[in-house]
Design a protein around this ligand. Sequence first.
Ligand code: IPM
Ligand code: MN
Length: 360
Amino acid sequence: MKLNIAVLPGDGIGPEVTNQAIKVLKAIALEFDHTFLFKEAPVGAVAIDKHNNPLPDNTLDLCKSSDAILFGAIGDPKYDNDPTAKVRPEQGLLKLRKELGLYANIRPVKAYDMLLDKSPLKQHIIEGTDISIYRELTGGIYFGKKYLSEDGNTASDLCEYSKYEIERIAHLAFKNAQSRKKKVTLVDKANVLETSRLWRKVVTDLAKDYPDVTLDFLFVDNAAMQMILNPKQFDVILTENLFGDVISDEASVIGGSIGLLASASIGDKYAMFEPIHGSYPQATGKGIANPIASILSAAMLLEHFDLHEEANLIKEGVEKSLKLEITTPDLNASYTNVSTSKVGDFIADFISNPNDTNIN
Ligand code: IPM
Ligand code: MN
């Protein structure tokens, strides 16, 4: 298969981790006789520095003319503490999601057996956890009308959803549940928010098309508690943009590090693959950032094109690296000399020689 992949490394550790995903994809291309062509473009703070625009036109054009996008990370502390900044790195990512219509963000959360002791949660609580979060990504409070009064003392963000926006992601979530444990949990705040009541109504109606899937509901405050009390109860979580953002960072604690969590952002025409973590500015250039979220995002990219054998080989390589503790300090505080690129090398080598006894 031939794929044109746009690479948007972004800020902070974005370039370091994305390089490892590319390394792994190149190993896959060689092994399975695919042609993957990578073209890079700036986004975020680096794009503001260079072009005064967090999403330059050329970057957006490249994404639109590619088969898939591999995204690194976004954000720079110099903007975080400046509430008056008009141009922000995050606007680049948000505009990208909106312009490309990437309405469904899928975030798998899993407790790896070999990492059970890395989570601050008790092992018997997290063991066996396997959750698929469907976060709506182009609507809600992230994209509603914003207002700041002239005196700067009052502000508002509008949260708006339409039936259409809810239905299109709900269908994807239910279809995913059909291939899993056949349960969808809608996370909302329907006791307070009108938008949440619309979500409940639309999703309840739509559930009739999926009689083999059980639908249940949780208010987001309770869901946040259930996520750490009993995460095994979840199969597919369906939720709106802001709740999905918060719940997925919380869920990353189950895996032992946010550096493990990958995601796919899917629309009708385009697809982008991105770790859920941020730009981790304190670690930039130190070679300590965990590249696995980026590498697993590359595996999700392959799955999107039905390259399942290839994706599974990446996942096997990741599991082997975890088992042998070829891991960065977020997972391995006592053994700190494994760098970001060593993890990438190990997984790429595994792909080239899955039966190599030195590696096994
Ligand atoms: C994420 C990030 C983004 C979000 C930020 C960087 C805008 O936190 O992908 O989860 O809030 O969606
Ligand atoms: Mn987030």
